[in-house]
Design a protein around this ligand. Structure first.
Ligand SMILES: [Zn+2]
Length: 193
């Protein structure tokens, strides 16, 4: 693992701040190669890209793979402000990421030890070492401040975050309630208390 995970996390926090400024749920990610050199940086952009897969980790893995000319990122470390979801841990497994370092836990959606532990599952053919709690308070505060601001100024909500369409209510629009943010409905401030 790169020695200076704090430095990498500070870069990821900088990416998360960019997401917040764009009205996206503030999650940022950085990928370092086996030597510790940063090969990708990204922030959450599902609203802007109208893409439910546009989580910071996915965008960073795409950038890193393109840069390396290889879909396998063997030996790489993914540093992300919030515990990755099942999709992102799934992609990290496909990419053969060696380590995931994250800041704050996501108790309701995290797949790196909270809700699921996909990095350490005997049924899968790859293991990912997980380090949690790096700059935890700063990462959590970004999310909490973001949702607090949303509640205070609902008019500032971005296009694409105004409705949630779920199972039994499919095909009709449901007003947004606190704790649901359109394309990333599993993330809310309540997850990070
Ligand atoms: Zn994700």
């Amino acid at each position: 693992m790169p020695g200076d995970v704090y430095h990498l996390m500070l870069e990821a926090i900088g990416e998360a701040e960019k997401a917040a400024a764009e009205g996206e749920v503030p999650v940022g990610a950085v990928i370092a190669d086996a030597e510790g050199k940063v090969i990708a940086r990204a922030h959450n952009r599902p609203v802007a890209l109208q893409d439910p897969t546009a989580h910071a980790e996915i965008l960073a893995m795409r950038e890193a793979a393109a840069r390396c000319g290889n879909y396998r990122l063997v030996g790489a470390t993914l540093v992300v402000t919030i515990e990755p979801c099942i999709m992102c841990m799934g992609a990290a497994l496909h990419a053969r990421i060696a380590q995931v370092v994250y800041g704050a836990r996501d108790s309701k959606g995290g797949a790196a030890g909270s809700l699921f532990d996909l990095g350490d599952d005997d049924r899968l053919n790859h293991r990912i070492q997980v380090v949690s709690g790096v700059c935890e308070d700063a990462c959590r505060r970004l999310i909490q401040d973001f949702f607090r601001e949303r509640r205070r100024n609902p008019d500032t909500m971005r296009r694409g975050t105004e409705v949630v369409v779920t199972g039994s209510t499919r095909n009709r629009l449901v007003p947004l309630t606190a704790g649901h943010v359109g394309s990333n409905p599993t993330l809310s401030a309540n997850n990070f208390k």
